[in-house]
Design a protein around this ligand. Structure first.
Ligand SMILES: C[S@@+](CC[C@H](N)C(=O)[O-])C[C@H]1O[C@@H](n2cnc3c(N)ncnc32)[C@H](O)[C@@H]1O
Length: 414
């Protein structure tokens, strides 16, 4: 295994994160933290013209699938989160000029209903501390708008989908959410992201125009987006695939469900916090609500990944002078056992010679460095992949130890 480590020269590159995606057509429809950089993906996909079937087992916002489809490939992708599956389906779909025209009309009809107060507002989403997220005036507008979108469009319909994407954009712009951290938080300067003097209907109309601007740019390739568990890809997708470009969850306790909860509550993908915790427990690396308490009694099963380095990391984390050491060691163990299950389940859907790229960051727990890239390389090597390499891509923040890698391997079925 080759480890290309040029960390001393690495910079924190915003163009290698989701921030780069914000300006680029459909890729910029929603600014979600889980997304990785379109630039990294574009570089990898552009280098593989011969890869006709591209697979991303951890779809997230659909970056790989959309990029592959724009390059004319056939893309297949799965995610365990139904909201992300819905979003990636919307981002990769083909839209006709008529679809765009009827959506524009539906937007006008919905805004007219709001203006005339001729629609029943939906109830405010059951998100904890809803008033922290939106001012009363904003909540009232969003509840009316959400009701008006339902009244003005059929379910399912292209118009409903595209208007809901625009709704998500406006809902976040009009919230107190801030994006100056790795994960979504609240602004601490008491300012809204947007001046409330603005006409909220104008904000939504502009977001609809932005979404429709992306909708007319149809990809030439086809993408299939499915709800599925990456620990058993063969149950959902049919191989063989020539190329895998993906970014799995990192072992850093970031919860995608927590990050995405405003979208998921407004769109009805979540109805209570219990379900949120349950969904997080099914996700690799999930650790929110009930998922954390379950880790306390969790024990490693027979499908564990055996590695001296992993055992050493787990011992060090468990023996840290902190009452959470044992539970965090369980968290890390479960993460790698799940990823091991994923890699073992991946090989049956790969074509001989298929190349895989896993964009992943390392992490630290009580100063113990969790070398995710090293463990992935060990897993790929153990399964018989060739040419396994860890390529350092960028520094993740000011902590010198935190680096993002591309872990690469070539499937050798023989
Ligand atoms: C780092 S994000 C992927 C980001 C994506 N590359 C993008 O640009 O948006 C990891 C994703 O893995 C998904 N995930 C977690 N556990 C999963 C599982 N068991 N099966 C499939 N997807 C899973 C999460 O829901 C999340 O969307």
């Amino acid at each position: 295994m080759k480890v290309l480590d040029r960390r001393e020269h690495l910079r924190q590159r915003a163009d290698y994160t989701y921030k780069f995606n914000a300006k680029t057509g459909r890729h910029g429809w929603l600014r979600l933290t889980p997304a990785y950089s379109l630039k990294v993906v574009e570089e990898l996909i552009a280098g593989h013209d011969q890869a006709h079937r591209v697979f991303d087992p951890f779809c997230g916002t659909g970056t790989t699938a959309l990029s592959a489809a724009y390059h004319g490939h056939e893309a297949v992708t799965t995610d365990i989160n139904p909201f992300l599956v819905w979003l990636a389906q919307a981002k990769t779909a083909h839209y006709s000029p008529k679809d765009v025209a009827v959506t524009r009309d539906a937007c006008a009809a919905a805004l007219d209903l709001v203006k005339r107060r001729a629609v029943d507002p939906v109830p405010a989403p059951p998100i904890h501390n809803v008033e922290r997220w939106w001012e009363p005036k904003v909540i009232a507008f969003l509840c009316s708008l959400r009701g008006a979108i339902s009244a003005a469009t059929a379910e399912p319909s292209v118009q409903r989908t595209l208007l809901l994407v625009a709704f998500c954009r406006s809902m976040i712009k009009l919230s107190n959410a801030a994006f100056n951290h790795q994960s979504m938080s609240f602004r601490n300067d008491g300012q809204l992201s947007l001046d409330l003097g603005v006409d909220m209907a104008d904000v939504f109309a502009a977001d609809v125009r932005f979404v429709l601007g992306g909708a007319i740019e149809n990809p030439s390739g086809m993408a299939t987006v499915m709800l599925g568990d990456a620990r058993n890809s063969a149950a959902t997708v049919k191989g063989p695939f020539d190329l895998v470009v993906t970014s799995p969850p990192y072992a850093n306790r970031m919860s995608y469900i927590r990050e995405l909860r405003p979208y998921m509550y407004w769109l009805g993908f979540l109805v209570n916090s219990r379900d949120a915790g349950e969904l997080d427990w099914t996700a690799i690396g999930g650790t929110w609500g009930v998922a954390t308490s379950r880790l306390v009694d969790w024990v490693r099963g027979s499908g564990r990944f055996e590695s001296d380095e992993l055992s050493q990391m787990l011992d060090q984390i468990a023996s840290a002078e902190n009452k959470s050491g044992a539970v965090l060691a369980n968290y890390v163990a479960r993460y790698f056992d799940d990823m091991w299950t994923h890699f073992r389940g991946l090989t049956p859907v790969l074509a001989p010679g298929a190349e895989v790229h896993y964009i992943v960051g390392n992490s630290t727990f009580y100063s113990v460095l969790v070398q995710t890239e090293l463990l992935y390389s060990q897993m790929l090597t153990a399964l018989g992949f060739d040419a396994v390499e860890c390529r350092a891509i960028r520094k993740r923040n000011s902590n010198k130890k935190l680096v993002e890698f591309d872990v690469v391997g070539r499937w050798n079925s023989g």
